[in-house]
Ligand binder design. Sequence first.
Ligand code: PEP
Length: 254
Amino acid sequence: MQKDRKLIIAGNWKMNKTAAEGLALVNDLKLELANVKEVDIVVCPPFTALCEVSRAILNSNIRLGAQNMSEHSSGAYTGEIAAGMLKEFSVRYVILGHSERRQYQKETDALIAKKALAAHAAAIRPIVCVGETLAERESGQTEKVLDTQVRGSLAGLSKQQMEETILAYEPVWAIGTGKTATAAQAQEAHAFIRKLVGTLFDETVARRVRIQYGGSVKASNARELMGLPDVDGALVGGASLEPRSFADIIKNSI
Ligand code: PEP
């Protein structure tokens, strides 16, 4: 099926790569992916590599994302980074509510919604992550969990802001485990999320919003996953740390 939504594939480097290592990675990616126009390509280095990577991808088809940001614009928040600081490095996207932050930093849907609004206020597109744990899936709670997370994490966004938000469906049991959701599981969850966006916003927003799949995406499963009717890209962890594997995911998705 021909989708009218452009695929968006983002690499989440997590707490990996020094600035020098990040520079080497994007320099390789620039060569590998120079001719790709069909996919929005995003790399999300750690904060400490943003400056170097930002300079390196200037005038390329690779865009910059961050992995988190504060809901506040400035002030006494030791260790936090504000949207305005990210803008200085031409950051266009920010991952919000990744399951690792939900788990280790106890981020809530309400906090993620505040961050999403702060990102939009700075013209940074949030990539809002949702997804169920294995225990939740096995006890039949997947839709209930996704419903709560989607409603809570997107609360207060306007229709326009929602259209410019990227959603990432990342089943927690598939992240970094080598276990990928089956095509049927991924499509079912994505269709559910899109329908919910239609209910919460409207049909046009639901038709336009892009929903990435994340969870052990690699070159060998990218084509099948990206070909699903409601999958509009990928959020890639482990396989985004090597230029060859990230480039192959993108090339296999076209
Ligand atoms: C992620 O961290 O968002 C992710 C999907 O990781 P991996 O691709 O390693 O499963």
